[in-house]
Design a binder for this molecule. Structure first.
Ligand SMILES: [Zn+2]
Ligand SMILES: [Zn+2]
Length: 125
């Protein structure tokens, strides 16, 4: 009974122990290998913790993800800008020749695309 009382909090603590230092409480989990890390073993990689073995890998992975998100936003930005320009020019052309209500719709469409482009505009860090 006494043993059970003493062991209970120990067991609870075991769930979050450093994988290298059994007596050290972990402050986080490695992003790559999911091992518990104590303060001494953990490396802060801007976007999560990593153990010393995984540090480079996690950093490269973070950078890769950052780049791909950035590239995706850039593609959105350029395609929205081109679509916007296309619709506006088309709208102006229609207006020029027919003075039609379609021209206004096209120009409004173009405006929406420009708004989209504005939302995905490249942000400088
Ligand atoms: Zn790791
Ligand atoms: Zn440790």
């Amino acid at each position: 009974m006494v043993r059970w009382l003493i062991q209970k909090p120990m067991e609870k603590g075991n769930l979050m122990r450093c994988f290298r230092h059994q007596d050290a409480e972990s402050v986080g989990i490695c992003k790559n290998c999911q091992k518990g890390l104590c303060h001494e073993c953990s490396v802060d990689c801007d976007n999560g913790l990593a153990c010393k073995q995984c540090e480079t890998r996690v950093r490269v992975l973070n950078q890769f993800l950052d780049n791909s998100v950035h590239r995706k936003a850039n593609t959105h930005f350029i395609s929205s800008l081109l679509s916007g320009a296309f619709f506006v020019i088309f709208g102006i052309a229609i207006w020029h020749y027919y003075m039609d209500v379609f021209a206004v719709i096209f120009i409004l469409f173009g405006g929406c695309f420009f708004f989209n482009a504005y939302r995905f505009r490249p942000v400088k860090k």
